[in-house]
Design a protein around this ligand. Sequence first.
Ligand SMILES: [Zn+2]
Ligand SMILES: [Zn+2]
Length: 123
Amino acid sequence: MRLTKHRQEILDTLDKSEEALSAGQIHSILPHINLVTIYRSLEYFIKANEVKKLHLDGQEAVYEIQHEPHHHAICSDCSKVIHFTVDDKKLIEEFSLPGFKIKDIEITLRGNCLHENKRSKVK
Ligand SMILES: [Zn+2]
Ligand SMILES: [Zn+2]
């Protein structure tokens, strides 16, 4: 499989990013690649299982490379995303549905981070 230069750049950008990025954010990092190409490339990477598409805040989808499969917790105050791992095998046992074979599990937790530094924050 040969990647075009643009696809490679998109993949590298996701790889370097600490956070999951939306297509628009990728576009602002790589303004020379048009948005349609970015969307098409992302779809291609999703099919190839190289990139995961996440719907974290119910609005714009974001994309990330998961070097290790993991789940997400989102703060509804500050939109901070925590990436965490759990024992997926145990969870799959927990969720067993009759007549249904679970292949993959993806958890999004919503809540609030504890903002311990709230008072000392400079506005
Ligand atoms: Zn927060
Ligand atoms: Zn993640």
